[in-house]
Design a protein around this ligand. Structure first.
Ligand SMILES: Nc1ncnc2c1ncn2[C@@H]1O[C@H](COP(=O)(O)OP(=O)(O)OP(=O)(O)O)[C@@H](O)[C@H]1O
Ligand SMILES: [Mg+2]
Length: 337
C-alpha cells in the first residue's frame, strides 16, 4: 500500500487514491496536561482552540513547515496512518513532502515521525516539486517551471527543470503571520483582543492585497482590552489590507529574488509559460494580480490549490521503484530513506 502525506503547518492531507483526500484535517492536537492523554485531533481539536481549561493544551505541533514538537507530530502521524491503513500485514510505503530549505536534522525528524508507525519505506519530496507534479506541470523535461506554494507556515518557491530544483527559497512569514498581524491591528485600532481562529476566519473572508472592487466587511468578536467585556466590531477589507500589506510585499519580493537568481534560459521559459501558485494562501484576494503586475509575468492559481501538494505526492508513488533503483542519482525525484 502506498500513502501520500502532506503534513502541513495548518492542515494535513492524506491520499491513498488519485481522486480524493482520505484525510483532510487541521494539524492540531489536544491533550490532557496531567497524563498527556490525547483528547482530540483535527477539526475536533480546532474547535477547542482558545476554549480550554489549564488542564487541556491545544497545539499545532508543526511550525514553519517543520516539526516543532516531535512527540505530538508522531501522535498525529500515527492517528492518520492508522485511519487509512486497513491491513497491518502489509507495511505501507509513504511519500511525504518537506519545505525546500530544510536541514538534514529536520528531514530526519519527519522520517522518524513516519517510521514510528512501522512503514516499509519513507520517501521525501520537496513541496514545490510535489505541487508542480500535482497540478500537472512537466518537471522532468529540460524546461524551466516555477511554482510558489503559499501555505500557513511557509512560502516555498522553486524553479525546476529536468526533475531537479535549480533555485529555491523558503520563508516562514506566511498565512499564520498574517493572522498575527490582524490580531495586532485589531487590538491597536479597535481596542479589541481576538483569538487566532477569529483572525484566520477574518483573513479568509475579506483580506486582500489590492483594493477590492467593492468594500467587504467582517464582524470580529473578542474581548475589550480595557473593560475586559465581550465586544464586536465590523472591520473592512481595506483595514485588513493595511494590516497584512508588509507580509504580502515580503512574499512578492522573495519571489522576485528567486527570479533574479534564475539562470537566463530557465527564466525565458518562465517568461513564456508563467508562474503557478498553489497552497491555501494563493486564494488571497488580489495576490495573483499583484504578482503579475510586479513581475510582468503571467501568474495562474492552480485548481484546488490546497490539494496540489498531496496530489503530487500521490502521483510520485508511481515512481517509488525507480527512485529506489536510482538511490544515488544526481537528480532524484524523491529521496529514499
Ligand atoms: N480564501 C482564502 N484567502 C486567504 N487565505 C486563505 C484562504 N483559504 C485558506 N487560506 C489560508 O491558507 C493557509 C492554509 O494553506 P495550506 O493548507 O496550503 O497550508 P499548510 O500546507 O498547512 O501550511 P504549510 O505548507 O505552510 O506548512 C492558511 O493560512 C489559511 O488561512
Ligand atoms: Mg503546505
Amino acid at each position: 500500500m502506498d500513502i501520500a502525506l502532506d503534513l502541513g503547518t495548518a492542515n494535513s492531507r492524506v491520499r491513498i487514491s488519485p481522486e480524493e483526500n482520505a484525510i483532510d484535517e487541521p494539524s492540531v492536537i489536544a491533550y490532557d496536561t496531567e497524563d498527556i492523554e490525547i483528547l482530540a485531533y483535527g477539526k475536533d481539536a480546532y474547535q477547542m482552540l482558545g476554549r480550554t481549561s489549564a488542564k487541556i493544551n491545544v497545539v499545532f505541533p508543526l511550525e514553519g513547515g517543520v516539526i516543532a514538537q516531535s512527540g505530538l507530530v508522531e501522535e498525529l502521524v500515527n492517528i492518520f496512518l492508522h485511519e487509512v491503513c486497513t491491513s497491518r500485514v502489509v507495511m505501507p510505503r509513504v511519500v511525504a513532502c518537506i519545505p525546500g530549505e530544510i536541514t538534514e536534522v529536520e528531514k530526519r525528524a519527519v522520517v522518524g515521525a513516519i517510521s514510528s508507525f512501522g512503514v516499509r519505506r519513507v520517501l521525501l519530496i520537496e513541496a514545490t516539486k510535489a505541487a508542480a507534479f500535482g497540478t500537472g506541470l512537466d518537471i522532468m523535461s529540460p524546461h524551466g517551471v516555477m511554482v510558489a506554494d503559499l501555505g500557513a507556515g511557509t512560502i516555498d518557491i522553486a524553479v525546476m527543470s529536468l526533475g531537479g530544483i535549480s533555485v529555491t527559497k523558503t520563508i516562514k512569514t506566511a498565512g499564520n503571520a498574517m493572522d498575527d498581524e490582524i490580531i495586532k491591528y485589531i487590538r491597536r485600532q479597535h481596542g479589541l483582543i481576538i483569538g487566532k481562529a477569529m483572525a484566520k476566519a477574518c483573513k479568509e473572508a475579506i483580506a486582500c492585497v489590492i483594493k477590492p472592487d467593492a468594500e467587504r466587511t467582517f464582524r470580529v468578536k473578542g474581548r475589550d482590552s480595557l473593560r475586559g467585556l465581550p465586544r464586536a466590531v465590523e472591520v473592512t477589507s481595506t483595514e485588513i489590507m493595511q494590516a497584512i500589506a508588509d507580509i504580502g510585499v515580503n512574499i512578492i519580493n522573495t519571489i522576485v529574488d528567486v527570479l533574479e537568481d534564475t539562470p537566463p534560459e530557465l527564466l525565458a521559459d518562465i517568461h513564456s509559460d508563467g508562474i503557478t501558485l498553489t497552497g491555501g494562501l494563493s486564494q488571497l484576494y488580489g495576490f495573483r494580480e499583484l504578482l503579475e503586475k510586479e513581475t510582468g509575468i503571467r501568474v495562474r492559481v492552480a485548481d484546488d490549490p490546497q490539494d496540489c501538494v498531496v496530489k503530487g505526492c500521490f502521483r510520485a508513488t508511481k515512481y517509488i521503484e525507480e527512485a529506489e533503483a536510482q538511490k544515488s542519482s544526481l537528480n532524484p525525484l524523491m529521496t529514499v530513506y
